[in-house]
Design a protein around this ligand. Sequence first.
Ligand code: SAM
Length: 224
Amino acid sequence: MSVDFYKREVISTEDGSTSLKLRDADEQYHSLHGALNESLHIYINSGLHYLAKNREIRIFEAGFGTGLNAILTYMDSSFTCPVIYDSVESYPLEYEEIKKLNFNEIIKGFPSDVFEMMHHAESGIPSRISPNFVFTRFLQPLEVLKLPFSNYDLVYFDMFNPDLQPELWTEEIFTKLFSAMKTGGVLITYCAKGRVKRALKSVGFQVESLPGPAGKREITRALK
Ligand SMILES: C[S@@+](CC[C@H](N)C(=O)[O-])C[C@H]1O[C@@H](n2cnc3c(N)ncnc32)[C@H](O)[C@@H]1O
């Protein structure tokens, strides 16, 4: 069955935060056990905080989606480190969907203006949102996006699961990311499937498994 990635609905997850669900597939943008907890545990705590040491961090996010990872990184950047944040998305949210997300109600100090700005950013145009945060969103498929060589310190690999989109979890895609990352850079993902870890290893990453957030045993961190 072919999946229409624009057919989706806003759902509630167990920690009270909203997410989106695809209508044509059994697939959500985040864990049903908690979108906010998942994002904080995987991308902020096991990714950003693992690397951030008072220096500028260049991040590439595969799958901007609701913008939750991006806005949490923005909020964190004001007291951890300067961040250059690039993100790719090929099925951006509609205005009505963005309005239904409740992050502003459950995240203290949530910057709604910045969140809206991120969702309306013109493709490929960098915006300096704060002294510590430069944001660019590319509205095109990851497969065709050209990435700079040896540029990123951290990759948030947050695509839909490999059973739904196997073409995005391939050695070809991981080679492209590997080459776009600096030596010592880190790729972090919620996915702990054996075949994904094998593909990461085969392109040269050192791969480790870490404890996952609520409802998930393991996640994967890969070091270049
Ligand atoms: C798991 S969701 C990302 C969740 C997101 N990081 C967040 O914080 O809400 C996966 C995202 O990848 C996007 N996507 C799917 N196929 C893509 C492709 N080929 N290139 C770029 N983005 C894609 C989807 O539209 C969706 O927004």
